[in-house]
Design a protein around this ligand. Structure first.
Ligand code: NDP
Length: 300
């Protein structure tokens, strides 16, 4: 195996140490305790584990944490009312509504009700607009985590050819904006892209965010390229015993690691960065809401 393995777990630990330092400083120098509210609707087990992790890490950082667990049957009006209440609450600097929400609730309406000042997921049109034109504010968590890993690995990204596979609002599109802002030449690929293998073969940086297990083949990767695998796919793993499963990314890891210069594993690559970046965004919004310049070492 030739590629360096990019250890997202270790990087996220370092990021959390920096976050805890900024929380302590905001408290001691400005009397501000950054606060994050997480809202979950229904009982999706995956979402519940994720939300519990977020709440735990928020407290570990010394931040104020609020968790609202609403029943599956809650009305849209009640969710909107809760978001409005959190918008007005001075103890809360970040609001996250865990998606997906049940079908009878319009997720876009919920997102658009979150105050852009507290939009730590960078979902509102205002936050997305700020990201595109480069104004200070929260940055989409998973793409921010990918960017930090890339900068750590490669230093300056200027002039590099980056191919992003996947164009979701959650990952692909904000990732493209961040890489463009770092002076990459960015290509966005998606389900209608022709000759995907050839497109990927041109890339110095490959970001895979598709949601299809091991779709990106080893021989699509340019020798020495840096591969960031965002995908999280659960597949059957009969080798571990009957009914067992395991997580894999969107990249055929073993084959890609033979050619890439560096690669993120799944699990242990991008995943651990996402929650750490959410906490970093809460420091950013807490700073901006209080007229302070956000720390620069939480985005670089
Ligand atoms: P979406 O389903 O929203 O988007 C998938 C994208 O992949 C779409 O743009 C789609 O293209 C494209 N696509 C699908 N099939 C192909 C194909 N055969 N060839 C090329 N492109 C294709 O997914 P998300 O962006 O939300 O998530 C992507 C993956 O990342 C998932 O595995 C998800 O679990 C994971 N994820 C991981 C996170 C983490 O913290 N590590 C956070 C968020 C997501 P089109 O637009 O044309 O349909």
């Amino acid at each position: 195996m030739a590629a360096k393995i990019i250890d997202g777990k270790l990087f996220a630990e370092g990021l959390r140490t920096r976050i805890a330092g900024h929380v302590a400083r905001l408290k001691s120098e400005h009397g501000i305790t950054p606060g994050l509210a997480v809202v979950i609707v229904g009982h999706d087990p995956g979402s519940q584990v994720y939300v519990a992790q977020k709440a735990k890490q928020t407290v570990e950082m010394g931040m104020h944490s609020e968790k609202y667990e609403l029943p599956e049957t809650v009305s849209e009006a009640d969710v909107l009312a809760l978001v409005e209440k959190l918008n007005a609450d001075p103890a809360i600097h970040g609001i996250l509504v865990q998606l997906p929400v049940p079908k009878h609730i319009d997720s876009l309406k919920i997102i658009q009700t979150i105050s852009p000042d507290k939009d730590v997921d960078c979902f509102t049109p205002t936050s997305v607009g700020k990201l595109v034109i480069g104004l200070p504010g929260p940055v989409s968590c998973t793409p921010l985590g990918c960017l930090m890993l890339l900068r750590d690995q490669l230093g300056s990204l200027a002039g590099l050819d980056a191919v992003i596979i996947g164009r979701s609002n959650l990952v692909g599109k904000p990732m493209a904006q961040l890489l463009l802002a770092d002076n990459c030449t960015v290509t966005m690929a998606h389900s209608r892209t022709k000759n995907l293998a050839e497109v990927v073969r041109r890339a110095d940086i490959v970001v895979a965010a598709v949601g299809r297990p091991k779709m990106i083949q080893g021989d699509w990767i340019k020798p020495g390229a840096t591969v960031i695998d965002v995908g999280i796919n659960r597949i059957d793993a009969p080798e571990r015993g009957e009914g067992k499963t395991r997580l894999v990314g969107d990249v055929d890891y073993a084959a890609a690691a033979e050619v890439a210069g560096a690669i993120t594993p799944v699990p242990g690559g991008v995943g651990p960065m996402t929650i750490a970046c959410l906490l970093a965004n809460t420091i950013t919004t807490a700073s901006l809401i209080n007229g302070l310049v956000p720390p620069s070492d939480l985005t670089a």
